[in-house]
Design a protein around this ligand. Structure first.
Ligand SMILES: Nc1ncnc2c1ncn2[C@@H]1O[C@H](COP(=O)(O)OP(=O)(O)OP(=O)(O)O)[C@@H](O)[C@H]1O
Ligand SMILES: [Mg+2]
Length: 374
């Protein structure tokens, strides 16, 4: 390989540690406080100087009044150019002198307020941006840790279980009932691995900019039936009740694989949400009205809190941390749901009555006919 084409990897020269960044933010706060103090001090100094100069003028006016007792006004006036000295009546400071004094003070105060205000705004904006970046980075780090922990767990545990089931089957033919159970578990584990791998591959695909995708009319009810058939063994094993209300006219113009990923992830989540309750149920409704096609998946499972609800569609987000979580998953499912739905011009919402109160996920797409007409 020629010298100029050789790839050279170097570690980054400077990586600001967390402590360093916190010190930097503290320094920015000190700078902001100093600027505020500087503005306040300059404004105070300017007004005090103006008042002192006004006092000097008043003293000059008093001196001119005293001198006018002894000398004619036209001899006193040249001695006090800033004072108006009439022959009779009040000796006073010339109005234009007072106006100039006030104007100068006003201009200085304005300048300091604008300059100081500008610096303060820039500093505060910098602090807010830096603070957000820090929090975002901390969140990404947490998500990455959660993701790595859950992915390794998600890969290792079905593999270990597959090995155990396969070894037991290989050791001799157990009774038919046990063999059936082991085969069922094998299929479950393979399904879990398949979901994981297809979600990981799908995540790579939805992020490819400008990636082409085949859009064609998709019958949503057929997609739901297909996914339900795939999940049937797991749902039946848990005694879950699944009620469906499928409008056969509901058709959307979309990437069929993306639609299946949406349905599969929502149903898989509902299945996991009711996994602990012996008589859990899932309602799936497909409807088509006013140019929109909707898919609603409702379950009476564990539900989620409002704070969790706001973040469910983030990449790799799973409530709690890896040590406290019992369910399987990598936190990619709902992120993929959102990406696929938004790519087709649709929207997705989640609602729950809180922990233990079940959950409802509602997806809406433009109907195929409506889009074709457009
Ligand atoms: N129907 C639901 N009821 C209660 N909580 C839910 C429901 N669906 C999703 N969640 C919560 O949202 C989290 C994120 O869901 P998501 O589908 O993105 O990831 P996952 O199911 O944990 O993993 P993956 O889908 O990648 O296997 C879940 O871990 C779960 O805590
Ligand atoms: Mg999921």
């Amino acid at each position: 390989m020629s010298a100029d084409r050789r790839a050279v990897a170097r570690p980054p020269r400077f990586v600001a540690s967390r402590g360093f960044r916190i010190v930097f933010i503290v320094l920015l706060v000190v700078c902001a406080a100093q600027i505020a103090y500087w503005v306040w001090d300059e404004v105070r100094y300017t007004t005090a100087t103006r008042d002192r100069r006004a006092e000097v003028l008043v003293t000059e006016a008093m001196a001119a009044t005293a001198l006018r007792e002894w000398l004619p006004a036209d001899r006193v006036a040249p001695l006090f150019p800033r004072i108006s000295v009439p022959e009779t009546g009040w000796v006073s400071v010339r109005p234009e002198v007072l106006a100039a004094l006030n104007e100068e003070a006003r201009r200085r105060v304005n300048r300091f307020l604008w300059e100081g205000g500008f610096f303060l705004v820039v500093l505060c904006a910098g602090m807010v941006i830096l603070n957000r970046a820090l929090r975002q980075e901390a969140r990404l780090r947490r998500q990455e840790e959660n993701f790595l922990a859950s992915v390794s767990h998600e890969l290792k545990s079905p593999l270990a279980s597959i090995r155990l089931s396969a070894e037991t089957l290989a050791d001799g033919a157990p009774d038919p009932e046990r063999r059936g159970r082991l085969t069922g578990r094998l299929l479950d584990d393979v399904q879990r691995l398949e979901t994981m791998v297809s979600n990981l591959l799908d995540a790579g695909r939805v992020e490819e900019r400008g990636a082409s995708r085949a859009r064609e009319p998709v019958a949503l009810s057929d997609a739901v039936r297909g996914v339900l058939a795939e999940l049937a063994p797991q749902l039946e094993a848990r005694g879950a009740t699944v009620r469906t209300e499928l409008d056969e006219r509901a058709s959307i113009l979309a990437d069929p694989e993306g639609v299946r990923a949406v349905v599969r992830n929502l149903l898989d989540n509902a299945r996991k949400a009711i996994a602990r309750s012996p008589d859990g149920s899932i309602d799936v409704r497909v409807a088509s009205e006013s140019g929109r096609v909707s898919l609603v998946v409702r379950d009476d499972g564990v539900g989620f809190s409002p704070e969790e609800g706001r973040r469910l569609f983030e990449k790799f987000y799973r409530p709690g941390d890896e040590l406290r979580r019992s369910g399987s998953g990598s936190g990619l499912g709902l992120y993929l749901v959102r990406r696929h739905v938004e790519r087709e011009g649709g929207s997705v919402r989640a609602a729950s009555d809180g922990d233990g109160g079940g959950a409802e996920f509602r997806v809406e797409w433009p109907a195929a006919a409506a889009e074709g007409d457009a």
